[in-house]
Ligand binder design. Structure first.
Ligand SMILES: [Zn+2]
Length: 131
C-alpha cells in the first residue's frame, strides 16, 4: 500500500485531473445514450457504448452519505484524523466520493456542498465544503 494521499492519474482519468487543474469539475457523458458517469469507465454501464465526451458539470451537489474516519489507515493521515469522506450527488446526477473539508458545522445527509480545487502533491484534487 502506498502512503500517498493523492489519487492516481491514469489515461482514463486524465481529463478529470486536467479539468480539476483548471478549477473545473468534469464527468464522462456517453455519446450513445447521454448518461453521465463518474468514476471514469471505458464503456457506459447503461448502454455499453464506448464513445465518450468529457463535459464540465456544476461543482455543486448534495451529501448522499458520509463517514468520519477516526483511525488513520495511512501514516500521512495521522495528523488529519478525524476526517470526513462524503459521497456527493451532483446536481447533474452522478455521484462523486471525496474528502469533505472539516468546518465548524458537522455534516449531515442532505447538506449542500461545493467543490474546491487544490493541488495535493502535484495532483489536482477535488475537495468538498459545506455550502
Ligand atoms: Zn450510454
Amino acid at each position: 500500500m502506498t502512503d500517498k494521499q493523492a489519487p492516481v492519474k491514469d489515461q482514463l482519468s486524465q481529463p478529470f485531473f486536467d479539468a480539476a487543474a483548471d478549477g473545473k469539475l468534469s464527468v464522462q457523458r456517453c455519446d450513445g445514450c447521454g448518461a453521465l458517469r463518474w468514476p471514469p469507465l471505458p464503456s457506459c454501464p447503461e448502454c455499453r457504448g464506448r464513445e465518450t465526451t468529457w463535459i464540465e458539470v456544476t461543482p455543486v451537489g448534495t451529501i448522499w452519505s458520509f463517514v468520519v474516519y477516526h483511525r488513520a489507515f495511512q501514516k500521512s493521515l495521522r495528523d488529519q484524523i478525524p476526517y470526513t469522506v462524503a459521497m456527493v450527488q451532483l446536481d447533474e446526477g452522478p455521484y462523486l466520493v471525496g474528502r469533505l473539508e472539516q468546518g465548524e458545522r458537522k455534516p449531515a445527509v442532505g447538506d449542500r456542498v461545493t467543490a474546491e480545487f487544490l493541488d495535493l502533491d502535484g495532483v489536482p484534487t477535488v475537495r468538498w465544503r459545506l455550502a
